[in-house]
Write a protein that binds this ligand. Structure first.
Ligand SMILES: Cc1ncc(COP(=O)(O)O)c(C=O)c1O
Length: 382
């Protein structure tokens, strides 16, 4: 008899930290031994308002006790309020709610294909947009895209932030162009406001829909509600997820009235999208970001890190607000050193860049702990 190999009940995905987490509070998480960790990783850029913010806990608990779920088959006041609030916050006109970042991008790209009738997409080298098939088509990560190559939609991939390459590109057959306004996984890469304006103009001239994947850059992280406000460019579509509902799974596809008016009922849909629990969490998230002035706090924290990390092993602080990259020739050893000091940070696709994406209300104490741990680090000489 052939016996199947023993496999773990939970299919492995990422390599987890070497300790399980059981609790979170603000900018700290706690393991099963009661040890605290400063969280500059934010559950992968998700915990916008910090772990278990009391306003979020109350909003979710109250909503769960009154109506935990009903689909779009019923109108829900909490969903209407969430739609009004997030469109106003993002400066867009209409929203479709879904459940994750990949799903938001998948729907954005579907809308572009549907409304233009074109068959090709545009994206950027180093871009990362998720694991569904259209999202994979525009993602530049061969280890996850190549196994599906024959199922992917043809995509023109341009260098990010390159004005000359943009000017030379032919957009006439592109349905939509998608980008992370700050490329996160690629190593916190930024582009100039001039390049964003040129990209908007190029899309206008060719009838190509411009899609900002703001799954990491949105929800106040750059010191403005979305990168669209930071760069003063209004895309046709913005996708959001991660911090959108502070960790309650939710995705959003925000659009202009020009886009929304061309879609009819049934073009998009989702069972769980816009569920009351997620909508209550979204309402509380925006309320906390605004009432606790977390966007200004993010800008201030970034300025402090830039200043106080000068003359350290960090040679450059990349990014904006609290989506930051620390460049260091010793990045891997530094990450290990920080973990030993109970500080969680993220790696990136660039082996010389560590990423910081902490809760927007990261405390003075956490910043001090990070800054002094970095100054205390001495790379081993070969
Ligand atoms: C910029 C960006 N887009 C899309 C995604 C996909 O989001 P999700 O994992 O919620 O599907 C991610 C996830 O890391 C992301 O960072």
């Amino acid at each position: 008899m052939v016996t199947a190999p023993t496999v773990p009940a939970l299919l492995p995905t990422y390599a987890p930290y070497p300790f399980p987490l059981v609790r979170g509070e603000g900018d700290r998480v706690f393991d099963d031994q009661g040890q605290a960790w400063w969280d500059f990783y934010g559950g992968h850029c998700v915990c916008a308002t910090g772990h278990s913010h009391p306003a979020l806990v109350k909003a979710v608990a109250d909503q769960a006790a009154s109506l935990l779920f009903y689909s779009a088959a019923a109108a829900l006041p909490v969903r209407d309020q969430a739609a009004a609030q997030i469109t106003a916050f993002a400066g867009m006109d209409s929203v479709f709610f879904c459940n994750s970042g990949a799903e938001a991008n998948e729907n954005a790209l579907k809308v572009a294909l549907l409304l233009t009738g074109r068959k090709k997409l545009g994206a950027f080298q180093g871009g990362w947009h998720g694991r569904t098939l259209l999202a994979l088509s525009v993602t530049d990560d061969p280890k996850i895209t190549e196994p599906f190559a024959e199922h992917l939609v043809p995509t023109l991939r341009l260098p990010f932030g390159d004005l000359a390459a943009l000017a030379a590109a032919d957009f006439s057959d592109l349905a939509g162009v998608i980008l992370e306004p700050i490329q996160s996984m690629a190593g916190i890469k930024t582009a100039s406001a001039e390049w964003f304006r040129a990209l908007r103009a190029k899309c206008d001239a060719s009838g190509t829909l411009l899609i900002f994947d703001e799954i990491q850059t949105g929800m106040g992280r750059m010191g403005t509600p979305f990168a669209a406000q930071f760069y003063r460019v209004r895309p046709d579509l913005i996708t959001s997820a991660k911090g959108l509902a502070s960790g309650v799974p939710m995705g959003a596809l925000l659009m202009t009235s020009a886009v929304a008016s061309q879609l009819k009922g049934g073009d998009l849909g989702s069972t769980f999208g816009g569920g009351p629990l997620a909508c209550a969490a979204l309402l509380a998230t925006v309320e906390v970001i605004e009432s606790e002035k977390l966007m200004a706090h993010a800008t201030g924290a970034a300025a402090r890190l830039r200043k106080e990390l000068m003359e350290s092993v960090v040679t450059e602080v990349l990014g904006e607000g609290l989506l930051l990259g620390l460049r260091s020739a010793h990045a891997a050893a530094l990450k290990k050193h920080l973990l030993a000091q109970n500080i969680l940070v993220g790696g990136s696709g660039d082996p010389t860049v560590l990423r910081l994406m902490p809760p927007l209300n990261v405390s003075d104490q956490a910043l001090r702990a990070l800054i002094s741990a970095i100054h205390a680090f001495t790379p081993e000489q070969p």
